[in-house]
Design a protein around this ligand. Structure first.
Ligand code: SF4
Length: 314
């Protein structure tokens, strides 16, 4: 098998975004400042490798504040953002908290608040039950934001004719699918107000553009990332829609399909915004053990976005 030649098109940019880097740094710096344990509400970012690594350094992951027995310890809110009630609850418990919400998610939160103040009813395009969607909807009182997940829901959406409406979106959606949903909404509601600047973030957009560029030239495509990582799952969909039907997510329990890869000349690789580069390296090393590989990295844009951690941790 080792002699079989395999070309890898390595998609770039891929992997960690600025929001993920910042969230991980916040946990590490909090452990340094406050000592262990430091609690983290929800997976800081959706990646098992990252979570396990932080656990080994002294982070304890919980889903709700109520689970924290020793409330004298600090708690960190994940990069996905939290409903307004959560920091309030932490304050009521007299807990120290650090907010690792990505600044680009916070931007959407502020947008929602401003639109509400201006009298708009808000449509949020996103996926039900994703923590970011729960966090964004939780910025305003119940009933102020309606969730729309797809074109069909957009077609069926009804609202009083007289109401001013605006839309915002989850940051990690498929750029192309979202365009179609917005098209439907604009046809139905010509006065629909749009965000000043797109809510789908730069990292999601760039990773999808890069996959689109490569997928059509690949016999198989692999995205390294977790099953609950929205932007990783979207990358698999983008690869499929862009000409590579055989696109798969490689998560912590995946087995590499060597037999299928045996039939390929070229495969594509990318990774979600919460997947560390070491997982891409490990995957490529596994392939190296079985094939004679050449790697061609295709970089469609350079990223230089950096988000600072809160001052209190420096
Ligand atoms: S994917 Fe985008 S919104 Fe999410 S953490 Fe990264 S930069 Fe922020």
């Amino acid at each position: 098998m080792k002699n079989k030649e395999l070309k890898i098109l390595l998609s770039a940019p891929r992997g960690f975004c600025a929001g993920v880097e910042r969230a991980i740094e916040i946990v590490e710096k909090s452990i340094k400042k406050y000592g262990a344990p430091v609690y983290v509400r929800h997976e800081i970012v959706h990646n098992k490798h990252v979570v396990d690594n932080l656990k080994s350094k002294g982070a304890v992951f919980v889903e709700e504040l109520e689970e924290i027995e020793d409330k004298s310890r600090p708690v960190i809110f994940s990069a996905h953002g939290v409903p307004k009630q959560i920091p309030e609850d932490a304050s009521n418990y007299e807990m120290t908290y650090v907010d690792a919400t990505c600044p680009l998610v916070s931007k959407v939160h502020r947008e929602a608040e401003n639109l509400f103040k201006l009298g708009y009813h808000i449509i949020l395009i996103g996926h039900k039950n994703h923590p970011e969607v729960i966090g964004t909807m939780g910025q305003l009182k119940k009933g102020s934001i309606d969730l729309i997940q797809n074109e069909e829901e957009a077609e069926n959406y009804q609202i009083d004719n007289g109401k001013k409406i605006a839309y915002i979106t989850q940051t990690t959606l498929s750029v192309d699918d979202t365009k179609e949903i917005i098209k439907v909404l604009k046809r139905k509601f010509p006065n629909l107000k749009e965000p000043m600047k797109e809510d789908i973030c730069y990292a999601t957009t760039n990773r999808q553009m890069a996959v689109k560029e490569i997928a059509k030239n690949c016999d198989m495509f692999f995205v390294i990332g977790s099953r609950n990582s929205s932007n990783s799952v979207r990358l698999v969909e983008v690869a499929k829609k862009s000409g590579c039907e055989n696109a798969y997510l490689i998560h912590s329990e995946s087995k590499i399909p060597f037999e299928e890869i045996e039939n390929c000349r070229t495969i594509g690789i990318s990774s979600g915004a919460s997947a560390p580069e070491i997982l891409v390296k490990n995957f490529i090393n596994e392939l190296k053990n079985n094939f004679s590989i050449t790697i061609d990295e295709i970089e469609i844009i350079k990223e230089n976005v950096v988000f600072k951690v809160p001052n209190k941790l420096n």
